[in-house]
Design a protein around this ligand. Structure first.
Ligand code: PMP
Length: 291
């Protein structure tokens, strides 16, 4: 089936969904985006994603051409047009067409693109065995260079880290910030479990304010787990009982090896597995209805 793509107010067949070679999104990675999930006919945390998109746009001085309410309607319309009940939605706002210079103010009209398609998860087996990760040499962007709270189209920092990880035979990595503190993975947030406490780096350490991270923080107290944002070093990961990653596409996935060291017992631990279950149950029962 041909996908229908939302492009600036219209739904067009995928082979006609095209943007200009002069779009600064392409020329410079100048734009913002969100990755959103639909579960069982509902869009999960849609308002939270739209809030983050608005903040990202503000942070790069890009004026969103639509209100959050109109964007929400556009997301819903795109899901409906593609008969999506369970899926992954990519909402992109590029700076728009400009000239070959850097000046973003030559770009008059931001482009809004919505792609609603199949989900991309890690293979199921990895949820059962857990991930092996390595710390990479590529540092997370300095917060005063590109603030990692901005979910921008410029992902080269993460891609360079991913290249290092893949070449070392790992699907994910640990990125440190310029001070040597743990920031996040290349496309997911990170948590360490110590007893009944979940520890995760604050965003100023170089972490995106992940929606899944936030959801885990909200679900934790009901599970008699405490959550603390804390500066973490690799020591904290190596000595943790459990480590896991969170992200919209990945949900919650255990990390069982870091830098070839075994974490905890070397398999997904009880806290991670419980959170995985609780998260899935919650995600499948909440959200903005598509019907
Ligand atoms: N960090 C980075 C760098 C990401 O790209 C993402 C999203 N894939 C995350 C963390 C997780 O954020 P969220 O839970 O909002 O998907």
């Amino acid at each position: 089936m041909t996908m229908k793509i939302y492009l600036n107010g219209r739904l067009v067949p995928e082979n006609q969904a095209k943007v200009s070679v002069f779009d600064h999104g392409l020329l410079y990675g100048d734009g913002v985006f969100e990755g959103i999930r639909a579960y069982h006919g509902r869009v999960f945390k849609l308002d939270e994603h739209l809030d983050r998109l608005s903040r990202s746009a503000r942070a790069i001085d890009l004026k969103l051409p639509m209100t959050p309410a109109a964007l929400a309607q556009a997301v819903i319309k795109t899901c409906r047009a593609n008969d999506i009940q369970d899926g992954y939605i990519r909402l992109i706002v590029t700076r728009g067409i400009g000239n070959l210079g850097l000046n973003p103010y030559t770009c008059r009209t931001p482009q809004v693109i919505i792609i609603a398609g199949a989900i991309q998860l890690y293979p199921q087996k990895l949820y059962e065995t857990g991930l092996s990760v390595i710390t990479v040499g590529t540092l997370r962007n300095h917060t005063e260079a590109i603030n990692p709270r901005i979910k921008s189209l410029n992902y080269l920092n993460n891609i360079l880290a991913k290249i290092e990880a893949m070449n070392a035979g790992c699907m994910e990595c640990i990125m440190l910030n310029p001070q040597g503190f743990v920031a996040e993975a290349s496309g997911d947030n990170i948590f360490a479990v110590r007893g009944t406490t979940l520890l995760t780096p604050p965003s100023w350490c170089g972490a995106l304010e992940g929606i899944t991270r936030q959801t885990v923080m909200e679900l934790a107290p009901e599970q008699n787990l405490q959550v603390r944002e804390q500066v973490l070093t690799r020591y904290d990961l190596y000595t943790a009982d459990e480590v896991f990653l969170t992200g919209t596409a990945a949900e919650i996935i255990a990390v069982v090896k870091a830098d070839h060291r075994t974490i905890g017992r070397g398999r997904p631990g009880p806290v991670t597995r419980r959170l995985e279950r609780v998260y899935r149950a919650y995600a499948q029962s909440a959200g903005t209805p598509l019907a």
